[in-house]
Design a protein. Structure first.
Length: 94
């Protein structure tokens, strides 16, 4: 397992559902779990269709799960809209 993962890999890994890389990226002290891409999307918003990714992100106490992108969409809103009920349940349980 890779332990020296760049902070820049967090969002692409979350988007692809790569839970191992997400976990490795979060172990890097330079990684901000609330970093955003050009549209204001966080790793949580991108990863909201992957239960394992969401679980890992939620385990990071620095995560702000209420962040919205530039058009006002949060991870909870995206997961609910896209029909990812297990992720909605996880997000509501926090």
């Amino acid at each position: 397992m890779c332990t020296n993962v760049s902070p820049a890999s967090l969002i692409p890994a979350a988007k692809q559902g790569d839970a191992v890389t997400v976990a490795s990226a979060l172990r890097n002290v330079l990684t901000d779990p609330n970093m955003i891409d050009f549209a204001g999307n966080t790793a949580l918003i991108h990863g909201c269709c992957h239960t394992s990714v969401v679980s890992i992100l939620l385990s990071d106490e620095r995560l702000n799960l209420n962040m919205c992108n530039k058009v006002g969409i949060s991870a909870l809103m995206k997961a609910a809209h896209d029909g990812f009920a297990p992720v909605v349940t996880l997000l509501l349980a926090v």
